[in-house]
Design a protein around this ligand. Structure first.
Ligand SMILES: N=C(N)NCCCC[C@H](N)C(=O)O
Ligand SMILES: O=C(O)CCC(=O)C(=O)O
Ligand SMILES: [Fe+2]
Length: 330
């Protein structure tokens, strides 16, 4: 239910972060205000910034710095952890290897996923079975990223508690069978600076990542502070820039939350164009349902949105696997 929003709201979620696990959370006035703002942002844009999230700024910056260092290395070094179907689509992909709607994206990335063992969930996850591939250089890359991942999982769980309340549900609506054992996807992405110009001398619109929606519940984007590249489409078709706000995450809703809410919240289209001459990094954490969760519109959301189910049920793991298999040519 997107609108023609012109900017992306910023929400201070500190009361929610502090109180979301208290037994009386639903009676807290400060939490209620955060919940109101979350509901508004999710309905109007499907995108919002959060501050007061509790993840140390020093770690957020270190994650980006170490990412710049990794991508700054020569290809042969980066290719030591090359992604392929044999690695369960985990590891490094060169610029142009990832494809969105049939067009190669101008980004390179390391893709990581929660652990999946062969035969788990009746083989549903088998294409993604493998061990995450972390570079040995820069040193401590894996340690820094794993510390960060754990904090992103915890923060996402808390924001989802707020979203559960925003929908009028119980605080743990998204736990248990939906996301009590949340899967995660982690993309460490680099977008080369734009060198090329048009005949008029203007920078070319090099698409770093074509228009897409995210697949799961909630995305946390940690982007460079000094270039604007992420764009979000409003209902009128205008592209609204998610200008970096230091110390914040950009959050957005994925396809599974759209289904659960019967479209009350939408997974908004977005794309990335790095027109800056400088190399840009983004580290995106995707909080997802249980891998084998069967996702269908929640009864309370169907009631609130006219009484008719707008989406068929989907198994999250099937949705993810079908996406990953079309993102690469191998
Ligand atoms: N796990 C997530 N959400 N990844 C987002 C990647 C979006 C681009 C991808 N080529 C696509 O077409 O989906
Ligand atoms: O680079 C960004 O800011 C966002 C990347 C993105 O949308 C994605 O990886 O799904
Ligand atoms: Fe995305």
């Amino acid at each position: 239910m997107s609108t023609d929003f012109q900017s992306i709201p910023l929400i201070d979620i500190s009361p929610l972060v502090a109180k979301c696990d208290d037994p009386n959370v639903s009676q807290n006035k400060d939490v209620a205000e955060v919940v109101r703002l979350l509901d508004q942002a999710c309905r109007e844009a499907g995108f919002f910034y959060v501050k007061g999230h509790g993840i140390p700024d020093s770690l957020i910056k270190e994650v980006r710095e170490i990412t710049h260092k990794y991508f700054g290395q020569p290809y042969e070094e980066k290719l030591k952890i090359k992604l392929s179907h044999k690695t369960g689509y985990r590891g490094y992909q060169r610029v142009g290897e990832n494809i969105t709607k049939g067009i190669p994206d101008r980004h390179e990335a390391i893709d990581c996923y929660s652990e999946l063992k062969k035969g788990m969930y009746g083989g549903l996850g088998d294409p993604l079975v493998g061990i995450n591939k972390w570079p040995s250089d820069p040193p401590r890359f894996k340690e820094v990223m794993e510390e960060y991942l754990a904090l992103c999982t915890e923060l996402s769980r808390k924001i989802m508690r707020g979203i559960a309340l925003a929908l009028g549900g119980s605080v743990d609506e998204f736990e248990g069978k939906i996301a009590g054992d949340p899967f995660w996807v982690f993309r460490i992405i680099g977008y080369p600076g734009s060198l090329s110009t048009t005949d008029e001398g203007l920078p070319k619109n090099d698409v770093g990542c074509g228009a897409h929606t995210d697949y799961g519940l909630l995305t946390l984007v940690n982007q460079d502070d000094d270039k604007t590249a992420l764009q979000v489409r409003n209902v009128s078709g205008e592209w609204i820039s998610a200008v970096p706000i230091p110390g914040t995450f950009v959050c957005n809703i994925g396809d599974m939350l759209k289904i659960l809410t019967n479209g009350i919240y939408e997974s908004t289209l977005h794309r990335v164009i790095n027109n800056s001459p400088k190399y840009r990094v983004c580290v995106a954490y995707f909080y997802e349902p249980n891998f084998n969760a069967s996702i269908r519109p929640l009864e309370m959301c169907v009631k609130k949105s006219g009484g008719e189910k707008k989406f068929e049920a989907a198994v999250y793991g099937e949705h993810l696997v079908s996406k990953v298999l079309t993102n690469f040519t191998y």
